[in-house]
Ligand binder design. Sequence first.
Ligand SMILES: [Zn+2]
Length: 181
Amino acid sequence: MIGSFTRSARSGGPTPMRRYLRHRVLSEAPTPTDHSMMQRALELARDAAAKGEVPVGAVVYETHSGSILAEAANARECESDPAAHAELIAIRSACAARNDWRLNDCTLVVTLEPCAMCAGLIVGARVGRVVYGADDPKAGAVRSLYQLLEDPRFNHRVSPIRGVMAQESAQLLHDFFRARR
Ligand SMILES: [Zn+2]
């Protein structure tokens, strides 16, 4: 039903109502799989905290099958690498595992709102779905500071699903930084 509707909607011009309906179709709710993947991402974040890393975890899974392609945690300290963010490592591993740089049929689940670097990579890798936990008011480039994933000037757009287990993610970060003070 939705398929035939969007096909007929696309044949017409971009009226405000059509834009609204298209957006509504894309802004879906998190699935049970998204929730269990977020639980896994939180575990990875907790392990990272134990190693002195800012606790952020990420999982890339195949949307239709729910099978995990890659998972990673922030490794900036261990690797002495400013680019070693959880989602960047996970996206690169997923692409390597599939021997394909495109992830249209995949979902990225990450505990914290992606930064500008990672949002750029999400667009570049054509990630099909993005689910994240807590907002990052200091560096978030998906909602907080920029809305890079929904910028119409890019040739790939994805409406992120936010706030999934956000309390747990934020608490983990809060505890980590409080312990380091
Ligand atoms: Zn990042």
